[in-house]
Design a protein around this ligand. Structure first.
Ligand code: MG
Length: 382
């Protein structure tokens, strides 16, 4: 009997994770079929993906770009525009798995739509769980949908927890590379330029997540993400700096046993894991070289120098709409930093001011979350 091909939708197909997902699909050709694609505004790039993968439906969030694409796309691919378009692609009838690698809180509405329609989610967008973790995970369990993380740390934890009872977890330990400035503790962070902050030592990623890695906000968001994904209390989630980025995270169990997941840093491995779950498929990677990687080191995270770590935990502990505000304020501050409008060290100050200014709504609805997010984007603190 012929094996049924898994049908995929990729939201955010032209970003770093999206391109890597396409590469994984290419390498597993025959087992996967792309039925829908969505991106923000990259017309030429998505056009090449349409020519290669022949999806039935494509959406661009930017409406003008969508109109441009419509004029160039083959008639066999329907082109939709705006957030409604993204929602429609996310809920495509025939899709088995929706990969969400849209950057920022913009991923929330399409992910909810996909879950409403019973789709399994391969989630690269951590902001979805940071802003609406409770709602999204509850809805997924009601609808019987799997949320399989693509974020390397969470993929590691997911793998360490397979077959385990989550009540037997003593600690989750998320590893962090520390970003480009951790090693040089004498470096004055107030004069860091965007170009310097974009030089990540171990991973090649999109701009937003690379800056988040440099401020360690990324790790703060990942703690919140882990809390919801695995249903683990905040105080059981720890961070350790591991500059080599070989161990992607660890789980310590009540009997003292520790499981770690390791491989050379390569996003295609967690992407493939999420696509093929619950199966595994062969992938052509060189054997791990233990002799070359013979020193794995660990250091404590410095919350004085990287205050976003502390702010993330505070926001998570307060809960309600506070993590949404932390996330939105961070997105805005990062954008301003990349444009040269604020300093690197202003990013945590911006977030802290936003949190001080916000009256969190407990047990928020999606509407409360979207409103808090939208409101935050209009604020100016520095
Ligand atoms: Mg990560």
């Amino acid at each position: 009997m012929e094996k049924k091909r898994k049908k995929l939708v990729i939201l955010g197909s032209t970003g770093s994770i999206g391109l890597n997902t396409c590469e994984v699909v290419r390498s597993l050709r025959g087992d996967f079929e792309i039925v829908g694609l969505a991106a923000r505004s990259s017309v030429e790039l998505i056009l090449r993906q349409i020519e290669e993968f022949h999806p039935r439906m494509v959406a661009l969030a930017d409406e003008e770009s969508a109109d441009g694409l419509k004029r160039k796309a083959p008639p066999t691919t329907e082109v939709l525009r705006g957030m409604d378009g993204l929602k429609t692609v996310a809920g495509l009838e025939e899709a088995d798995l929706v990969v969400c690698s849209v950057v920022g809180a913009a991923g929330l509405v399409p992910v909810i739509e996909a879950i409403q329609r019973g789709k399994n989610i391969a989630l690269a967008n951590k902001e979805v769980l940071v802003t609406a973790g409770e709602i999204v995970t509850r809805l997924a369990s009601e609808k019987g949908c799997d949320i399989i993380p693509i974020d390397s740390e969470h993929s590691a934890v997911h793998q360490c927890l397979r077959g385990e009872n989550v009540n037997n977890v003593r600690r989750l330990i998320l590893t962090a590379s520390g970003g480009p400035f951790f090693a040089d503790s004498d470096r004055d962070l107030s004069n860091v330029t965007p170009a310097e902050a974009l030089q990540h030592p171990r991973w090649n990623m999109g701009n937003k997540v690379t800056i988040d890695s440099a401020t360690l906000t990324n790790k703060a968001l990942e703690v919140i993400e882990a809390q919801w994904l695995f249903g683990i209390d905040l105080d059981k989630i720890e961070i350790v700096i591991h500059p080599e980025s070989i161990i992607h995270s660890l789980v310590e169990f009540v009997d003292g046993a520790i499981m770690a997941q390791m491989n050379e840093p390569d996003m295609r491995i967690p992407i493939q894991y999420a696509l093929t779950y619950p199966e595994r498929m062969p992938r052509e990677v060189p054997h791990f070289d233990f002799l070359k990687n013979n020193r794995l080191t660990f250091r404590q995270a410095d919350t004085e120098r990287f205050p976003c770590l502390r702010l993330g935990r505070q926001a998570a502990a307060i809960g309600g709409t506070m993590p949404t505000v932390l996330n939105a304020a961070n997105e805005i501050a990062v954008e301003k930093f990349l444009k040269g409008e604020v300093r690197f060290t202003d990013i945590p100050l911006w977030i802290e001011a936003a949190m001080a200014n916000h009256n969190p709504i407990p047990n928020p609805t999606i509407e409360d979350i979207l409103a808090a997010d939208a409101r935050e984007r209009k604020e100016k603190y520095l």
